[in-house]
Ligand binder design. Structure first.
Ligand code: F6R
Length: 642
């Protein structure tokens, strides 16, 4: 039997992966494993020494771990009474009571819910005077030493490869200090801070030497946005440009990752380079596409020697010669392309991605936040409408948290101005609008929105969604705004899905009884709005499985809501867009004006959302072109959810 690629076995893995990596199917299971490890260490230390010193991280990554520790405390009596903690870092300058400070984060996610002693908690103080920073950092180092050093250090990893806030350029002998934050890091934090300008420019962080002194280190990473940096940290050369690579020199450092964050490790991405994999059809497709890209030739021109020279001799032996293999993969790829995402009526559909009948189809498109629909499948959406299908767009959350105050103010002033111009005397409406404008004016950057401001922000996003859907030809009566409760009652990073969310999805689905569903099914950070919305969809859909006959024949297509498109071996349907269709899609995205601020991109420099999806759609088209398939302007890709 062949070894499962999920298990590190044998010298090939070990040679490439310079830090042990444990891969779990998802972040929940992985977080539970790390929580078990902490609880084992706690019990062991209680017997041996009486106390345990933990190094802790903040951010999205450890949220599931802290949830599990809190659960273990409540349900299993896990005690933190003899635990001392040192947090990695804190923004600077920032008050400990600021909603985005790491002090607040730790209280909300862990300390307020367990029996840790106040005097055992240590977090760098971001509110000190700058001139005191040096002394405060030295004191922090001393406190760690006095506590006997860190027994177990928990880390996340930033897209720059930082651990703590040790940005590129940090040296391995660095200690706790004041640092300036990288632009990418500040942009990644922009959403939490409601805009990049609000993100502090500095932080106090433990140094790399401080971290590497820990006896045990566990670095956790989830979601495909971390895949590139995880592979660089694990397989790349040790270098100051990726701080996490220094973990390669630690005797007890390891990574715990989910499958999405592991995706760029060679054993998953190019397993034929590290051993003899089992040649499943998706792996074969992936390998042939890779070979075609690597040698720069279309699939149908690949020859036996090229397969042999690139570690794919086994594939040739099993499925060769090259000519047969090429044709098979070429046809496979060819069959993913369709201009008829809802199926081509009355056509032979044996090798088409979607069934011809019924026609027209009832189609549901889930959009986690307003804008996802047009951003990730605006071209396909328009085609479905133009081809006569009954298309419904369901906006799962109001998206109100993502509207900057400036935009809300602009709309409030616009409504107020308009109402004053049509109603001479003061009216209730004007008073209300005047109060709304005052609310926004008097709001400090991190005050929570008043209910009225939050409603205004939701209305802004609704009107933008309406305008964008109009560009794509969707009738306003076919748009539903669910304003799912998890989003309305939560904050970024604090969302909690409940049955109410899933029930709402189930009830609207059962009312429409769709033949086809599109949903965001990427492999993003499990705490993202999109990931939670997918869970809500999954919960709602599954709850109907046994009672509703339409569910069985309904096909679900996933678009990928992260910055990366599906890999070629994952694409089941590729919908080409003409230059005009791409232009219309961009016009639809433009309607989301409150979202026009720049968003992070993987490439250097930053681009607006429409620029990112435009280049992503063009890249997919170029990929197909390079493989020797038809040359299109752009392609939107989907994977079937089975
Ligand atoms: C936080 C910290 C950072 C984060 C990293 C990943 O204390 O030290 O290094 O671990 O920025 O952040 P998330 O988990 O939000 O992706």
């Amino acid at each position: 039997m062949k070894p499962s690629p999920n298990i590190i076995q044998g010298p090939e893995w070990e040679q490439r992966e310079k830090i042990p990596v444990r891969v779990f199917p998802d972040a929940v299971q992985a977080s539970k494993r790390v929580a078990d490890q902490i609880s084992d260490a706690l019990r062991k230390s209680a017997l041996e020494r009486g106390s345990l010193v933990l190094g802790l991280a903040t951010g999205s990554t450890p949220i599931g771990l802290y949830r599990e520790l809190v659960r273990m405390h409540r349900e299993e009596g896990l005690s933190f009474e003899h635990v001392t903690t040192f947090n990695l870092d804190e923004y600077f300058p920032i008050s400990p009571t600021h909603p985005e400070s790491y002090h607040t984060f730790m209280r909300e996610h862990l300390f307020d819910h367990v029996d840790i002693r106040e005097e055992n908690i240590h977090i760098p103080d971001g509110s000190i005077d700058r001139s005191d920073a040096f002394a405060a950092c030295a004191k922090y180092e001393q406190k760690i030493k006095d506590a006997g050093g860190i027994d177990l250090q928990i880390l996340g990893i930033g897209r720059t490869g930082h651990v703590g806030f040790n940005e590129p350029g940090s040296t391995s002998d660095s200690l706790t200090r004041l640092v300036s934050l990288d632009r990418i890091t500040r942009r990644d934090a922009a959403r939490d801070f409601l805009g990049e300008p609000n993100v502090p420019r500095y932080a106090i962080t433990m140094g790399l030497a401080t971290i590497l002194e820990a006896k045990d280190i566990v670095l956790m990473a989830w979601g495909d946005a971390k895949a590139v940096i995880v592979s660089r940290a694990v397989e790349g050369p040790v270098s100051e440009t990726v701080a996490a690579t220094f973990l390669q020199r630690h005797p007890n450092a390891r990574l715990v990752v989910d499958r999405a964050a592991a995706a760029d490790l060679t054993r998953f991405k190019h397993p034929w380079l590290t051993g003899s994999p089992e040649w499943t059809p998706p792996l074969t497709r992936s390998a042939v596409v890779w070979l075609s890209n690597t040698v720069g030739k279309p699939v149908l021109k690949l020859v036996d020697e090229e397969y042999g020279e690139h570690g794919m001799g086994g594939l040739l032996t099993e499925n060769g010669p090259a000519y047969n293999l090429n044709i098979r993969v070429f046809n496979d790829l060819q069959h993913t392309i369709t201009g008829w995402p809802g199926g081509k009526p009355e056509a032979d559909d044996t090798s088409r991605p979607e069934r011809a009948s019924p026609y027209p189809k009832r189609v549901v498109i889930f959009s986690a936040e307003p804008q996802d629909d047009v951003l990730y499948m605006g071209g396909t959406l328009r085609r479905l409408v133009n081809q006569g299908h009954d298309v419904h767009v369901i906006y799962q959350t109001s998206g109100s948290l993502a509207v900057p105050d400036d935009d809300a103010l602009k709309y409030a002033e616009c409504f107020l101005g308009f109402s004053r111009s049509v109603v001479a005397a003061s009216s209730d409406l004007q008073d209300h609008l005047a109060r709304l404008t005052d609310d926004i004016f008097s709001k400090k950057p991190f005050d929570a929105d008043s209910p009225a401001v939050r409603r205004l922000k939701a209305v802004v996003r609704r009107s933008e969604a309406l305008a964008a859907a109009r560009v794509c030809g969707v009738d306003a009566a076919h748009l539903s705004f669910l304003d799912l409760p998890f989003y309305e009652t939560g904050r970024y990073r604090n969302f909690k899905l409940t049955d109410r969310d899933c029930d709402e999805i189930a009830s609207i689905l059962d009312a429409i009884r769709p033949h086809q569903i599109y949903a965001a099914g990427g492999l993003s950070d499990p705490n993202s709005v999109q990931a939670i919305c997918f869970e809500a969809f999954r919960g709602g859909f599954r709850s109907l499985e046994n009672s509703c006959d339409w569910v069985e024949s309904c096909r679900v297509w996933l678009y990928r809501e992260t910055q990366r498109e599906w890999n070629p071996d994952e694409i089941d349907m590729a919908v080409p867009l003409s230059p005009d269709e791409l232009a219309v899609k961009i016009k639809a995205i433009y309607q989301h004006q409150s979202q026009r601020h720049q968003v992070p991109s993987e490439a250097a420099g930053y681009r607006e959302a429409w620029q990112q999806v435009e280049s992503r759609n063009r890249q997919t088209a170029n990929l197909y072109d390079g493989l020797g398939l038809a040359e299109y302007e752009a392609i939107e890709a989907f994977k079937r959810w089975k």
